[in-house]
Design a protein around this ligand. Structure first.
Ligand code: TMP
Length: 206
């Protein structure tokens, strides 16, 4: 059984259709095979309240201003930190989390123009200062990703936004990737090579 003294907090980011879900599943399986205790969770969601908030945020009939939207993502995040992330880290688990506050920076900040200073200020409270050890940004050309999302089924409230919005989100992520050392950009492509690239980074920190 592989043992680490403290947990590891890994987040996955990307624009729509970047293949996060597949890569998280593959990484969780690889790490479990090596004997690590792995917890997979996501934002928004991951808790009872978070799932209800997810329904409000992604339901195509929801109408809300950008600030309300930001606060709902933050509320789901605060609940996840309290109920799931902090207890799991304490137990020494490895956490693979599908999205984090970087998504708010990119989608609400760069995409919708919500004040970054305000996002940082509310975010400090919601995250209690918790910072990922590693963040994988799966980068896919916007049009290609949206086509993929469309093939998966009906588009949700965020996916339905205009191409220009999704381009701003991608630019936001690219800027975050340049500014945060914990970011690792993985170009979207075949599933196997992406998994190998992610494992390569993980192996360097374990
Ligand atoms: P997912 O479908 O990748 O799980 O993400 C849900 C959607 O919510 C996705 O379109 C991105 C969006 N989102 C934000 O706009 N801001 C956030 O802070 C988070 C966590 C997600």
């Amino acid at each position: 059984m592989a043992r680490r003294r403290r947990g590891l907090f890994v987040t996955f980011e990307g624009t729509e259709g970047s293949g996060k879900t597949t890569q998280i599943k593959l990484l969780a399986a690889s790490l479990r095979k090596r004997g690590f205790k792995v917890l997979v969770t996501r934002e928004p969601g991951g808790t009872v309240i978070g799932k209800r908030i997810r329904g409000m945020l992604l339901g195509t009939r929801s109408v809300m201003c950008s600030e309300t939207e930001t606060l709902l993502y933050m509320a789901s995040r605060a609940e996840l930190v309290d109920q799931v992330l902090l207890p799991a880290l304490k137990k020494g688990s490895m956490i693979l989390c599908d999205r984090w506050i970087d998504a708010t920076r990119a989608y609400q900040g760069s995409g919708l123009g919500v004040s970054r200073a305000w996002i940082e200020s509310v975010g400090r409270g919601a995250t209690r200062g918790l910072e990922p050890d590693l963040t994988f940004f799966l980068d896919v050309p916007v049009r290609q990703g949206l086509e993929r999302a469309k093939r998966r089924g009906k588009l949700d409230r965020v996916e339905q936004r205009q191409l220009a919005f999704h381009r701003r989100v991608r630019r936001g992520y690219l800027e975050l990737a340049r500014n945060y050392k914990r970011f690792h950009k993985i170009s979207a492509g075949a599933v196997g090579p992406m998994h190998e690239a992610i494992l390569g980074v993980i192996d360097r920190v374990l």
